[in-house]
Design a protein around this ligand. Structure first.
Ligand SMILES: Nc1ncnc2c1ncn2[C@@H]1O[C@H](COP(=O)(O)OP(=O)(O)OP(=O)(O)O)[C@@H](O)[C@H]1O
Ligand SMILES: [Mg+2]
Length: 239
């Protein structure tokens, strides 16, 4: 089944790009063909998290404006031959992508790829609406902070309003050692505050931060303990 999945959050910096890179790598490891689209126009980072920053020549706006062909903007991962990136433009003024253009592009990509995963900009503004327009499914990323959970719930409602009912939540940066002290919400409390099911929890871990900086999705890092965790989350999302 071909699917467009948008990875979104209300609050910024919660781990959308980290999760997009790792979900893409995990699905490609599982044998699916995957393209990751960065829609953080003017503020791209997925290329860095994938270690592809020196290989971006054309971006999505070059495709929609007709400057290049679709294939020319697809960057193939050197580790996983079924993983591709389509980058966002660095120059904000260059980009004027309409929801119709993005939907048409995703439909074209569906002919080749099993999964098209869109890394959305945070918030509920125009950039997010654009990113969510072609989505069949949404992954809402949040963190164990009351403000982030409220934002996640707002986002969930907006997605409902857009007709995207298939949603799952990933709670990132959890710190189990702080549970039970009344200082951070625990998973049960988070689950009670949200309308969509939680697909998984990912711990706060500096290795995740380091791997993003090194351009290596942590699921590809040797001997990492988190691969199984992310694999289970991905299975639950695509189920
Ligand atoms: N589980 C984690 N443990 C530790 N650091 C993490 C974890 N997840 C993400 N990070 C780090 O948190 C920072 C923000 O992550 P990321 O860029 O993926 O967030 P984002 O939601 O895409 O942000 P933005 O809203 O700016 O696009 C990065 O430095 C990243 O390496
Ligand atoms: Mg991001």
């Amino acid at each position: 089944m071909k699917e467009v999945i948008v990875v979104a959050s209300g609050k910024g910096g919660v781990g959308k790009t980290f999760f997009t890179a790792n979900m893409g790598a995990k699905l490609a490891q599982k044998g699916f063909s995957v393209v990751l689209i960065d829609l953080n126009i003017g503020l791209r980072s997925l290329d860095i998290y994938l270690g592809m920053e020196n290989r971006v020549v054309y971006d999505i706006s070059d495709v929609t404006s007709g400057t290049c062909r679709l294939k020319q903007a697809l960057i193939k991962d050197r580790r996983l031959n079924k993983l591709y990136l389509m980058s966002a433009p660095q120059n904000k003024s260059k980009a004027d992508i309409s929801p119709e253009q993005l939907t048409e592009l995703c439909n074209e990509l569906k002919e080749t790829f099993d999964y098209i995963i869109i890394d959305a900009p945070s918030g509920l503004e125009k950039g997010f609406t654009l990113a969510a327009t072609p989505a069949d499914k949404a992954v809402i990323i949040t963190v164990p902070e009351y403000a982030a959970i409220r934002d996640a719930d707002m986002l969930d409602q907006v997605l409902d309003g857009m007709g995207i009912e298939n949603k799952s939540v990933v709670v990132n940066k959890i710190m189990p050692e702080l549970y039970g002290k009344g200082i951070v919400p625990d998973p049960l409390e988070i689950s009670d505050s949200l309308r969509s099911p939680i697909s998984g929890l990912i711990p706060y871990d500096l290795n995740i931060n380091i791997s993003a900086n090194m351009g290596v999705p942590i699921v590809l890092a040797k001997g990492n303990y988190i691969e199984k965790n992310i694999s289970n989350i991905v299975e639950s999302i695509i189920r």
